[in-house]
Design a binder for this molecule. Structure first.
Ligand code: ADP
Ligand code: MG
Length: 243
């Protein structure tokens, strides 16, 4: 069973083509890294997956539900951490989460239990009453992850979640998210432009100028296109792609 299926997806901003015939899937419980240079189309894809933009061509299915014909069921399966943080810095960790639940119309009692559970899973219980402004970048990201998981989605989307973090926090965040996959069966699509965020056993999708230029286990993609991930990535993204 696939958590996400994207088929023949194309998108243009007016005359400017941003994605062309993208085709991939993320199996349940897998960590998929979507790697591409700036401008490759990563955030455009996230915007389509979250229905910020309407699909122009192709199809997206989340947990088997079509985003086009069953948007409610599809979006219920999705949690998202956008590239730009959307936390209220002057609210506490807990208030940021509660505010989100209120927006979704979750009952107070049910909401309390979910907030407690997510804070514990993100190791934030002791920080719950602190203002977000006082947290470091890594902890702020965890608050966003907790918030994205409050409604218990099966698939978590993270758009360049490590931007702005120091190397140690970047590594800790990557480990933490892989643990969510391995121990809780959550599927993840993690976008990045940084090679060192990809591990050999990850599912890897490389996008360049709006096209998917490679996909498969990261170690297999590396082997097939140059030996190391670095040489594969440079080879696949060095030049313009033929139309
Ligand atoms: P990435 O997230 O991989 O850096 P984006 O999805 O943000 O890439 O951008 C993909 C392409 O679409 C880029 O060429 C970018 O300039 C263009 N683009 C992104 N957003 C818009 C927009 N709102 N209007 C027009 N072009 C856009
Ligand atoms: Mg982006």
């Amino acid at each position: 069973m696939n958590a996400l299926e994207v088929s023949d997806l194309s998108f243009a901003y007016g005359a400017r083509e941003a994605l062309r015939q993208i085709h991939f899937s993320v199996p349940a419980g897998r960590f998929a890294a979507l790697l591409g240079p700036n401008g490759a189309g990563k955030s455009t894809l996230i915007a389509l997956l979250t229905r910020l933009y309407d699909v122009q061509r192709g199809e997206i299915r989340v947990g088997g539900h079509s985003l086009r014909t069953s948007p409610r069921q599809a979006l219920r399966q999705l949690g998202v951490v956008f590239q730009q943080s959307t936390l209220d810095l002057d609210l506490s960790v807990e208030q940021n989460l509660r505010y989100h639940l209120a927006l979704h119309g979750v009952s107070r009692r049910q909401g309390c239990a979910r907030v407690d559970a997510e804070l514990a899973r993100q190791q934030l219980t002791e920080r719950r009453h602190e203002r977000v402004r006082n947290l470091n970048g890594g902890h702020r990201r965890r608050v966003e992850i907790a918030r994205a998981l409050l409604h218990e989605p099966r698939l978590l989307l993270l758009d360049e979640p490590s931007v702005g973090l120091d190397p140690a926090s970047r590594q800790a965040l990557g480990q933490h998210i892989r643990q969510l996959c391995n121990e809780h069966g959550i599927s993840v699509l993690w976008t990045t432009h940084l090679l060192d965020e990809v591990q050999p056993s990850d599912d890897l999708l490389i996008v360049h100028q709006g096209r998917l230029v490679a996909s498969g286990r990261a170690e297999d993609v590396s082997e097939e296109h140059g030996g190391s991930l670095g040489s594969a990535f440079h080879r696949l993204t060095a030049s313009g792609v033929a139309a």
